[in-house]
Each structure stands twice: as structure tokens, then as C-alpha cells.
Design a protein around this ligand. Structure first.
Ligand code: SF4
Length: 465
């Protein structure tokens, strides 16, 4: 059977899409290889969130196109968000591409890999526009490419690319928020949730496969279940997932600030398996900028929300994301954001410079901030956060904590890596494990107790007890 090479770019939601496509292909007997030079078919799953991500995607496509000229590859397939945004341009400008697969067309990867394939493609679970009922349809002949909103479910094969003990679960897709700088709703479509029983079934299966940590994702996880008529759907789902005994940690990313309810926070506080970790992109803190971003809220309101979160969930780790240089952002508005960051003291923070996406509403706004200022403001915030992070990390020295062991470090021979409950995979700091009792190294996926003995700007060092 053909060897297929995958390049997966962008966010964890896109990674799950890659895992679904790899699962479908492996289900048909194809071999997925990590070595692109060996592959007969190359798939690039792209991101197009902002300009720099688009450039990274185009570079990866061109790199794989080179392999098609010099290597074994016979077919080049491009999938993902860049396809949704620039389908005709990609096809016109990069003739080396043999097929395109959009974010709502994942099952079409089989036809893209092998157009002659007579294999009937598995019918995707589609959300009918009535009350969220899923109804698999078995087509009489090869179906037309899928155009209806797609969302995988517990029956969809998935070949996971994450470490064996950690897995993402996409609980919803699409977004209904009108954030002026964002184009994701244009190509990921309207918000739609998976049924709770589908998420639970997948979580149980993953736990049975040895997964200890699941990370729930979506564009906005706090909207979960609204389209299914559920009140506080995420709190309800988390309470059910917390009963899956084989799981150690259940983490949720992408909270929307004005969707965070008391019941949600109390649910997270009440269940030991639910990570005391809140990821809540705020994007700005100046009321005027938030209004222009069409997000609402104020820095004062956010500080009260953070206070409430910290009082309801003692020891909670907080992550957020900001955008600098949104059209019209004045020095005074940026200063408001800096004051907010100093007062909020987040554990983890990401900052993006505003990217003027042509199809976003913000593109129409006047008073664009020059690139140099956008970058200078981004760097200023990151410098502030580095000091805050260093102070918060140092305060953890001496604590005895549960650590999820990731495995031997790729950066230092004698060290192992791990994460705390307050550290999400890939995006936050990590913990280096320097000593093991009886020199017996733990297993990846094991939860050990360790004492924090040193702190760096973002990472910690600990000895296993
Ligand atoms: S919440 Fe806003 S920023 Fe996030 S995906 Fe939706 S529209 Fe984009």
C-alpha cells in the first residue's frame, strides 16, 4: 500500500483534523510515514489564521512540491484552512498540487489520495440543521465532495500524533462570535457541538488506550451545547468526563470570557480530575479597543472575573492571549493593556501583533497602526510577562506537586520532561525532572510526586520523590 507523509500546521484543532485524515487512510491500509522523502503521497494540512501562518503554509507546500520533483512522491495534497480561504488561488498558483481537501471535506482525503479508488468513503456524521441530530447516510455511489459542515465523532477513525498519554478531543467546531479581527468563522463555519455521549465515548476509548490526559478544544469551548439546547453544557460535560476513572487530567482550552459561569468554575473546583487550569483569550483590556474588536468587556470586569476564578478555584493556573496594534490603538489604550497585564499576573500569556486580514471586518477600519509599533508593543508585553512569569515560577520552589511525565528530554541527556496540572502541552512552560528515587526513571504518562527545587523564567526543575 502507498506510504503517505503528513505535515500538520497550526492549532490543536487542525491537528485533530490531520489525525482524522490519517485515521481514515490507515483504515484503508495506507502506511503513514513521518519521513516525507519516503512518501508516495504528501499531505500538507495548512493554517491560515494570520499572515505569518499563511506564509508558513505556503513554504511547506512548496517544500513538499520540491520533493515531488526530486523524491518518490507522486501526489501532493493540500488540506485545511488555507484551502478554505484561497482554494482557487492555490490551484492556480501551485500547479504541483494534485488535490485539495477543505476543513469540511476530511473524508474526501481517500479520494484525494487515490482518485481511482472504488472504496466507498465512510459517510461523515453530519449535523442536520434540526436540533443537532446526527444521521449517517450511506450513498448509493461515490458521493459528491462533502460541503456540509463536518465534525468527526466517536466512530471516526483517528491516528493520534500526540504522545501516547495525551490526546486532544474536539468537542465543537466553528464559531458564531463576531470578533472583528478574526476570519475563522468564515471558513470553519457556524458553531456546532458534538453530542455529549459522543465525546464521552471517545474519552472512554482513549482512556482504555492508555491516555491519561485529555485536552478539550474548540474555537470557543464555553459555548458547548448551546446549539443542542443545553444550559451550561460545558459544566455538564466536564462533570460526566470527571467520572472516567482511568483519566488523570481533563483540561479545557479556549474559554470565552463572557461565557464563563459560576457553575462551570464550581464544577472544575469540585472534581480532582478536572485541571485547575483556565485558558481564556481576552485579546485586549481597553474598553474602547474591545468595543472596536466587537468583543465587549472591560479590563475592570476582567479583573473581577479573574478574582472570582481564583477564589472559586484555589491555585488555578491562568493563561490568556492578547493582540497589539489593533486599528486605532492609541498609546493610552496600549498603556491600559499594560496596566491590566501588570495587575492580572497571568501564569501564561501569548501575544499576537495585529494581522490585517483582507476578509476581516477590522480590515475596513481606519487608523492602522504601523508594523514597527505593533511589534514593539507585542515585545513590550512579552517582556512584562517574562518578569511576572519568573516571579510566579520562583514562588513555586519547595512545593511538592503531581507531575505528568512526558519522557526523556530532547534537549538534555540526563533530564526528563514533565508537566504540572497548570501547564498545557506545547504552549506553556514545562518541568525538568533531574533526580529519580533509586535512579529508577519513571514511565511516560506516569503521574509522580516531585519537589520543585529550582525555577527559570518559564520552566521549573524538580526531583522525583
Ligand atoms: S471567538 Fe472570536 S477570535 Fe475566537 S474563533 Fe471565534 S471569532 Fe475568532
Amino acid at each position: 500500500m502507498k506510504k503517505i507523509g503528513f505535515v500538520s500546521l497550526g492549532c490543536p484543532k487542525n491537528l485533530v483534523d490531520s489525525e482524522v485524515m490519517m485515521g481514515l487512510l490507515a483504515g484503508e491500509g495506507y502506511e503513514i510515514t513521518p519521513r516525507a522523502e519516503e512518501a508516495e503521497v504528501l499531505v500538507v494540512n495548512t493554517c491560515s489564521f494570520i499572515e505569518s501562518a499563511q506564509q508558513e503554509s505556503v513554504d511547506a507546500i512548496l517544500e513538499m512540491a520540491e520533493l515531488k520533483k526530486s523524491g518518490r512522491a507522486r501526489r501532493l495534497i493540500v488540506a485545511g484552512c488555507l484551502v478554505e480561504r484561497y482554494r482557487s488561488e492555490i490551484q492556480r498558483d501551485i500547479p504541483e498540487i494534485d488535490a485539495l481537501v477543505g476543513t469540511n471535506e476530511l473524508p474526501d482525503i481517500l479520494r484525494a489520495v487515490n482518485p481511482e479508488s472504488k472504496t466507498l468513503q465512510p459517510a461523515p456524521a453530519m449535523m442536520l440543521p434540526t436540533a443537532g441530530r446526527a444521521l449517517p447516510v450511506l450513498p448509493a455511489a461515490l458521493p459528491e465532495p462533502v460541503t456540509a459542515p463536518y465534525l468527526y465523532d466517536e466512530l471516526t477513525p483517528r491516528l493520534r500524533a500526540t504522545a501516547g498519554h495525551t490526546a486532544y478531543i474536539k468537542i465543537a467546531e466553528g464559531c458564531d462570535h463576531p470578533c472583528a479581527f478574526c476570519v475563522i468563522p468564515h471558513y470553519r463555519g457556524k458553531f456546532r457541538s458534538r453530542r455529549p455521549e459522543s465525546v464521552l465515548a471517545e474519552a472512554r476509548r482513549l482512556a482504555a488506550e492508555g491516555v491519561r490526559e485529555i485536552v478539550l478544544i474548540g474555537q470557543d469551548t464555553t459555548c458547548y451545547g448551546e446549539d443542542l439546547g443545553l444550559r451550561d453544557g460545558l459544566a455538564g460535560l466536564l462533570a460526566q468526563l470527571a467520572a472516567v476513572e482511568e483519566l488523570a487530567w481533563i483540561r479545557t482550552l479556549y474559554f470565552y470570557p463572557n461565557k464563563v459561569t459560576t457553575r462551570l468554575l464550581e464544577t472544575i473546583a469540585a472534581h480532582p480530575r478536572l485541571c485547575k487550569y483556565i485558558d481564556m483569550p481576552l485579546q485586549h483590556a481597553s474598553p474602547a479597543v474591545l468595543k472596536r474588536m466587537r468583543r465587549g468587556g472591560t479590563g475592570e470586569h476582567f479583573l473581577r472575573l479573574l478574582e472570582k476564578i481564583r477564589s472559586l478555584i484555589p491555585g488555578v493556573a491562568l493563561r490568556t492571549t492578547f493582540i497589539t496594534g489593533f486599528p486605532g490603538e492609541t498609546a493610552a489604550e496600549f498603556a491600559e493593556l499594560c496596566d491590566f497585564v501588570a495587575a492580572a499576573e497571568f501564569d501564561w500569556m501569548g501575544v499576537f501583533g495585529y494581522s490585517d486580514e483582507a476578509t476581516s471586518q477590522a480590515h475596513q477600519l481606519a487608523d492602522k497602526v504601523d508594523e514597527k509599533t505593533v511589534a514593539a508593543r507585542r515585545d513590550r508585553l512579552m517582556r512584562m510577562q517574562k518578569k511576572i512569569s519568573r516571579r510566579r515560577r520562583r514562588a513555586e520552589v519547595g512545593r511538592r506537586v503531581p507531575v505528568l511525565v512526558e519522557g526523556p528530554s530532547r534537549e538534555a541527556d540526563y533530564l526528563w520532561e514533565g508537566r504540572l496540572e497548570g501547564q498545557a502541552p506545547e504552549i506553556d512552560g514545562k518541568i525538568w525532572l533531574s533526580e529519580f528515587p533509586g535512579d529508577q526513571a519513571p514511565r511516560p504518562g506516569q503521574i509522580v510526586t516531585a519537589e520543585i527545587i529550582a525555577a527559570h523564567d518559564y520552566d521549573l526543575v524538580a526531583r522525583v520523590l
